[in-house]
Design a protein around this ligand. Sequence first.
Ligand code: MG
Ligand code: MG
Length: 254
Amino acid sequence: MIQRKSEANIKKMREAGVIVGDTLRLLRGMIGEGVVLRDLDRAAEALIRSRGATPTFKGYHGFPASLCLSLNSEVVHGIPDGRKLKKGDILSIDCGATLDGWVGDAAITVAVEPIAADVRQLLDTTRESLFAGMEAAKIGNRLGDIGAAIQAVIDKKGYGIVREYCGHGVGRALHEDPQIPNYGTAGSGPRIQSGWTLALEPMVNLGGDNVHTLRDGWTVVTDDGKPSAHFECSIAITEAGTEILTLCSDGTLP
Ligand code: MG
Ligand code: MG
């Protein structure tokens, strides 16, 4: 069942979302050669807790950290550890914060400059596909229009689309109905309703679609070892339009 949130609920989700936006902004500013992944996790947890929130992912089904940090060929759910960033790396940073029981969930992929031109294009296209999805996520459209819009952007470049993981409803729980695949058929599925709060999150591979999970039980990697990018925003569908809930406190994207 897809829950519809009240204006008051969405206000709480916006407050949680801003903490996520500000945390991603802080982390983006920390990125550089030699930075240790675990230090990013510590900084994120400190900021989230300083705002009176809790890191949503910590302990979620036993996940051991506050952030999912996925490096290069890691797609999602990477565990922050002692590895250091190197020039040419890309790092997907997925962050969740829970404030007064309401969840914000967003991700960015950042570059340790300089990166290869084809990897730059992967990042740009993945972000673009998220924006196409958000544009399709509006009253009057159907759920399938979101995945179709995301897929159209990715298919143009011939990149792989991860099928095993998808966007989702978000609210009091990190993962609520509906599931939102990053592919789909325009005009299919239920009509999009005001009060829906969704996390859209294309996961896009420079190579093929296929992924598998490492023996740590968490880290998802591409089968072909090629890089993967991930961008995510939590959004609210309202009569006034679709709002991004995971902006920074200055109203801009992280
Ligand atoms: Mg996320
Ligand atoms: Mg998510």
